[in-house]
Design a binder for this molecule. Sequence first.
Ligand code: NKO
Length: 230
Amino acid sequence: LLGLLVAAIIGYFLGALPFGAIVARAHGVDIFKEGSGNPGATNVKRVLGEKFGAKGKRAGNLVFALDVLKGALAAAWALLERTGGTVNYTIDRWGIDTAGHLAGADWRLIGLTGAVAAVLGHSFSIFTKFKGGKGVATAAGGVLVLVPVSCLIGAAVWVVTFYATRYVSLGSILAAVAVPVASWLRGNPVYLNVVVTALGLFVIIRHRENIKRLMAGTESKFAKKTAPTQ
Ligand code: NKO
């Protein structure tokens, strides 16, 4: 139980690190006031890309990498600590399966706790007046460690949706459906599936304004590389 509490606290503070706001601030931008107002990788890339071109877009990619990393670290540090630096993945007939199988379920519980805390920290950060992002990248980092195959399926759904529609938000929403569905279908442990489902629902709820805009046809599309910015 102490382990879970420590994981929750470390996970929260890792998740709360507001990389989107920090990187934007370093470019003189208050990300909460520009574009969609979201401190996520998409909005940083959108806003800084418009202002600074390729350099700004790279800043958006950096935010994505850092937000994924904090979610992955929050899920993995306890596993890493107890396995002396290696996370064991069991190999099943589908390929690699859930993390920490050899280590026992309790370690995955710690990883799950860390991942959930990191997503909550990201969305309600103590460092940005309890505002924050939608949790996509941070949840992706967590599920990458905990249910890697399901995460990759979600990432594929995200890529296909994004390139077909140019809506980042729709990609994120469908990925947040796909990851738990894949995890259930793959027969991962029920407690894992329940928490991954809750994470997916959380990410979808955080997109409620995007959902309204998508249905109204007013959601902003992400410009193609060759298209003029508008
Ligand atoms: O500014 O409201 P906006 O248009 O920026 O932003 C909407 C956007 C916010 O999210 C981000 C993060 C970057 C998204 C790239 C994620 C690609 C990988 C997806 C893997 C699946 C993870 C789903 C986890 C659910 C449990 O949506």
